[in-house]
Write a protein that binds this ligand. Structure first.
Ligand code: HMG
Ligand code: MG
Length: 363
């Protein structure tokens, strides 16, 4: 994979923190985001517009969005900040802040060329130049948006993520509705996002195992939901191993099923939780298959409130170490990331779950 660019989506401030029991001060969250912005990451989840009674830890998301829009963290280049949105109400809250601050910065770049994907062409109005650089198996050279501006903050953008699940039970537990209902909720959210040139990610949870229905989740169901999300206008779908039950053979089978369903690697991301220690193995399977976007969390923070026992996402430090060892280019500084992993896990009184992070700091 020499010279391949791999995009890391840092999900620590959202997936990493959402399950923490004690309230994390807003300043700590903002400090985490500020530090992460300096590592070279181009994509970061910053919060979730969910009801506080469902996920109390994300209650400060409105303040986080406001702060990022008005006083963006210094960064070497523009960053796409992403917020989870479970329903139209969450999207309206986001848009209200977004409009008030009037801070979305269109880059003025031409719309990316239409790809022969399932996405409707009208949905390719990504305002993020980095999107041009992630394409299937071909090595890419463009990187992080320096072409748009020399000023870091002016090329930031705002994105949202929608979520659906591959099993009915998980859908009910996580979103209090059926799979079909969760998909139908997505359409008006996507429409509103497109009106504001907000890029949309979709998630398919429990793609490789469900805490309620077990490991044998039907890959065809995952493909069907992924295709629906893309057809509705999602710019990318992150296929998630929520429980960490995924194995290399089942990851491969899933990727082959997605391919057979006409889903392109360039429309995909992979989101591995590392509960069984399989995340990096499954990442290699994804890379071999041609996927070039991976989600991870600094210090391996995280867990899903609706997936008991599920541990954090794969640690960003470990993912970086793997990718760099394979000759992949990420633009992200492993040592800086490791320092943040150590800082935030200490701050939260948690164990640092990144092996590479600890090793790098011990050198
Ligand atoms: P519901 O209870 O059916 O919703 O939840 P509702 O419409 O009946 O509303 C209930 C209450 O919440 C009402 O208030 C609403 O006004 C309010 P009340 O009358 O009780 O005072 N409300 C809101 N408040 C603020 N913001 C909103 C909002 N919407 C309603 N947006 C709902 C349905 C989908 C909202 C709920 O099930 C939910 O929020 N689920 C999200 C749970 C969640 O955040 N899970 C974790 C994130 S997903 C994840 O981690 C997986 C991922 O990492 C990938 C992977 O690893 O699998 C992405
Ligand atoms: Mg997750």
């Amino acid at each position: 994979h020499a010279a391949d660019h791999v995009r890391i989506v840092e999900v620590g401030p959202r997936d990493g923190l959402q399950n923490e029991k004690s309230t994390i001060p807003l300043d700590t969250k903002l400090e985490l985001i500020r530090r992460l912005a300096q590592t070279g990451v181009t994509h970061m989840e910053a919060g979730s517009f969910v009801p506080a009674k469902w996920v109390p830890q994300m209650a400060s998301t409105a303040e986080i969005l406001e702060k990022i829009l008005t006083d963006p963290p210094p960064a070497p280049h523009g960053i796409a900040y992403n917020y989870l949105v479970p329903n139209i109400r969450g999207m309206e809250s986001l848009v209200k802040i977004f409009q008030t601050q009037n801070a979305q910065n269109p880059t003025g770049l031409p719309t990316p060329p239409p790809s022969p994907s399932l996405r409707p062409e009208s949905s390719t109005t990504s305002s993020n130049p980095d999107e041009l650089s992630t394409s299937g198996t071909s090595p890419s050279t463009t990187s992080t948006g320096e072409s748009t501006s020399t000023s870091a903050s002016t090329s930031n953008s705002t994105e949202i993520s929608l979520f659906a699940a591959a099993t009915e039970t998980f859908s009910q537990k996580n979103t209090n509705c059926s799979i079909a209902e969760s998909l139908s909720r997505c359409r008006p959210i996507i429409d509103l996002a497109k009106q504001h040139s907000i890029r949309v990610r979709g998630y398919v949870s429990v793609a490789l195992g469900c805490p309620y229905e077990g490991p044998d989740v039907d890959p065809h169901k995952v493909a069907e939901i992924t295709a629906s999300l893309l057809e509705m206008g999602c710019d990318e779908v992150s296929v998630a191993d929520t429980t960490g039950m995924g194995t290399a053979p089942r990851t491969l089978k899933l990727l082959e099923t997605l391919k057979d369903a006409g889903i392109l690697n360039e429309d995909l991301a992979l989101h591995f939780h590392d509960t069984y220690g399989m995340a990096l193995v499954n990442t290699v399977v994804g890379l071999e298959h041609g996927v070039r976007v991976f989600d991870s969390s600094v210090g391996g923070l995280g867990g899903c409130p609706y997936s008991k026992g599920a541990t954090g996402n794969v640690a960003t430090e470990d993912l970086l170490h793997l990718l760099h060892s394979l000759g992949c280019e990420t633009g992200v500084d492993l040592v800086k990331m490791a320092e943040i992993g150590e800082w935030i896990t200490q701050k939260l009184g948690r164990k640092n779950d990144s092996r590479a992070g600890k090793a790098v700091l011990a050198r």
